[in-house]
Write a protein that binds this ligand. Structure first.
Ligand code: NAP
Length: 511
């Protein structure tokens, strides 16, 4: 098996942009379309990371064939053996952590410390799921009849279509591929068109770790083309997608016609509630980190602060002071706190919401492109705070996916709960309070898949279930042992060693 992507296919030109390939059936290959696309550094668009194959339906068909061919061998490989390959992959990621992190910062802009965290999430889930190779528990339960055993086992579904976003370009593919592979599925991986380089580096390491040819296939290219072909194929029975809610809804509608299993991790509008008795310095730390980390482009980013009125002014004063001190720049510079947005479309969307916010609330700070010298070639945007936002305002309701924070004043705890839950999303939430009773009420009352107490909205750990309620998803969870449910079918098995016909629900009943 070829283990490294071809980095340069134009030997005639010194320093030419490297061109990378698809990975199908254990080989790095060109797309049948003959077309490529560029990935550029969002902090400096003059920096071209590489050229990538513009895959098409024919490439997806090749990848699916390869995955189907590898399927029987892989599902018969004992799960602990599959787990050993995951362990090797996790270790290779750990050995290459700095290289992967730097490549990530260059390709999608998050600051280096956060990129390292992203890679670490990938390592953590690889090790967690490697262990599942020796667990993957089913139930062994007593039968209601004598001389009979009853048990349940998990079985793989088949070829899994893995469609991922750019904001966690290492962690999210690992969150999906590790449980899919350890349970015996084979995968077609279609990464975001904004982060094909991270995907390529990841798959190189997977090949090096020893995943057999055809078990992992990488097809880069447009969602409307490659993604669509995966979703429409009758030979890909399970799809896992992370993206915005509109994308997820379209995929779910099409996949439903073929009765596929679809796991959706979609948009968010995460809120932090600050009660009057909160430690405001602690709350400020958590809000600044949650709102402006990854330039507000985390699915769990906090974009709403819901604050009891007595704490409003002192909190706003702290938030503004801290946000004004944040330094924008290239995420590879150690002094940078906030990197660029992902692309021009992402920045235009943020700018559109700034216009909406100016009509709905009061702009406290930010709201424009920075004028700092050296940032003109990147998609930078100032950390922005709006005050006086009402819960149902558009900036308080819609996912902006940028460094824009809305501060919503409320009268009391009940008002805070109402405001927090009055959204169509339900991923993450948080409460800052020194009242243990209020904290427990929040754990009960907040309608989100994740609740934090006295911490920001970000920081999920890989051994707990991750996902959201309402239009953030469709009831599936990633990470933890819950992730196995997406990629397995339960099989119930009964073994009767009585040597005679025994009829359940009949022979063991009184006449
Ligand atoms: P996106 O535009 O929805 O894209 C996500 C993926 O879907 C990309 O690989 C994209 O390919 C692909 N895609 C687009 N249209 C498709 C189609 N018609 N058929 C099949 N695939 C298609 O989202 P994004 O901008 O990359 O990511 C940001 C969004 O993800 C935000 O809404 C964020 O909240 C959400 N997110 C959610 C979670 C969570 O766990 N809930 C985690 C992270 C991010 P192309 O790139 O080629 O268009």
């Amino acid at each position: 098996m070829t283990q490294t992507a071809t980095p340069a296919t134009d030997p005639g030109r010194a320093n030419s942009t490297p061109t990378y390939q698809l990975f199908i059936a254990g080989e790095w290959v060109d797309s049948t379309t003959g077309e490529t696309f560029e990935s550029r550094n969002p902090a400096n668009t003059n920096d071209v990371v590489g050229r990538f194959q513009q895959g098409g339906p024919a490439d997806v068909a090749r990848a699916i064939r390869a995955a189907e061919m590898a399927g029987p061998m892989w599902r018969r490989t004992p799960a602990p053996k599959r787990g050993e390959i995951l362990y090797r992959f996790g270790q290779l990621m750990a050995d290459n952590k700095e290289r992967l992190s730097r490549a990530m910062t260059r390709e999608m802009g998050k600051v280096l410390a956060e990129a390292r965290g992203d890679v670490q999430e990938g390592i953590d889930i690889a090790f967690l799921m490697a262990g599942e190779g020796r667990r993957m528990f089913g139930d062994t339960v007593p039968s209601e009849l004598p001389d009979k055993w009853a048990m349940s086992i998990r079985q793989p579904i088949g070829v899994a279509g893995i469609i991922t976003p750019w904001n966690f370009p290492i962690a999210i593919p690992c969150w999906k591929m590790m449980p899919a592979l350890v349970t015996g599925n084979t995968v077609i991986f279609k990464p975001s068109s904004d982060t094909p380089h991270c995907a390529t580096l990841l798959v190189e390491l997977m090949a090096e770790a020893g995943f057999p040819a055809g078990t992992v296939n990488l097809v880069t290219g447009a969602g409307s083309d490659v993604g669509d072909a995966i979703v429409e194929s009758p030979d890909v029975p399970v799809i896992s997608v992370t993206g915005n809610t509109a994308t997820g809804r379209r995929i779910a509608e099409r996949a439903a016609r073929r009765l596929k299993r679809v796991s959706l991790e979609l948009g968010g509008k995460n809120g932090i509630v600050v009660l009057a008795d909160a430690d405001l310095d602690l709350a400020t730390d958590g809000i600044i980190w949650s709102a402006f980390g990854t330039t507000g482009q985390r699915c769990t980013a906090c974009s709403r602060v819901i604050v009891e009125r007595p704490a409003l002014e002192p909190l706003l004063e702290r938030l503004e002071r801290r946000a004004r001190a944040l330094r924008l720049g290239d995420g590879l510079e150690p002094t940078t706190d906030v990197g660029p947005l992902i692309n021009d479309a992402g920045r235009s969307k943020v700018e559109e919401y700034i216009g909406i916010g100016r009509r709905e609330g009061e702009l406290v700070m930010g709201g424009g492109r920075p004028e700092t010298p050296g940032l003109q070639n990147g998609f930078f945007f100032e950390p922005t705070i709006f005050a006086g936002v009402k819960p149902m305002d558009r900036i308080g309701q819609e996912e902006i996916f940028g460094p824009v924070l809305s501060v919503i004043p409320v009268d009391d705890y009940q008002g805070a709960v109402t405001a927090l839950n009055q959204t169509r999303y339900g991923l993450s939430s948080s409460i800052y309070t020194s009242d243990a009773n209020a904290a427990f009420r929040a754990m009960r009352d907040f309608e989100t898949g994740i609740v934090y107490v006295n911490a920001g909205t970000i920081g999920a750990e890989t051994h707990l279930p991750f996902g959201g309620v309402k239009e953030t998803g469709n009831g599936h969870r990633e990470a933890g042992h819950a992730a196995l449910d997406t990629y397995t079918e339960w099989k119930a098995i009964y073994v009767d060693f009585s040597g005679r016909l025994q009829r359940a629900q009949i022979d063991n009943q009184p006449d």
